[in-house]
Design a protein around this ligand. Sequence first.
Ligand code: 5GP
Length: 192
Amino acid sequence: MDQDRLDLAVSKGIFSPDGVQNLGRVIVDEETLRKRVGELGTAITKDYSGKRPLLIGVLKGAFVFMSDLAREIQLPLEFDFMAVSSYGSATKTSGVVRIVKDLDLDLTQRDVLIIEDIVDSGLTLSYLLRNLLARNPKSLEVCALLVKEGLQRSELDLKYVGFRIPPEFVVGYGLDIDENYRNLPYICSYKD
Ligand code: 5GP
């Protein structure tokens, strides 16, 4: 990570100086995020013209992205959230997913857009797609901020993708390691 960003984050108290040796290079900076989120919002606005989409945020990682994205969509929107936990280590998903918080709203005949932070193996998303499709939405699409190159085990149909990134573990802009670093305004790599 570059020294200015590091100094700023330490000075803002986002992380302590003793934890920073694990943070690597910046993968997506603030300006690039802002621009791409704007483009995604414009595309969604166009594609869903005349509709009232229901955005489903996958907690907790998607909350920052969803908040910025929603304000770039010029349509009436509704929101709901789902929390899932996947069994596995801190940095690898096992594919066995448990719903920790289910939706409050009914999906029947709704135009549903899942907002995901990151797709790695794709196992979490495959599970979510199967689960939500069974609730009879009118349409079901995915908007993922990040997709790791080459790691998905099955073909996933992702209508909107922010960035394709190398297969490194990343934190920031909602993404955590042990609940830390979600409030970094950019995305950077993290090494144990
Ligand atoms: P998948 O099921 O696609 O392998 O993993 C998806 C979930 O694992 C994401 O929603 C996220 O919670 C977590 N995850 C995968 N890769 C990363 C990463 O690089 N950084 C962080 N912080 N979480 C990740």
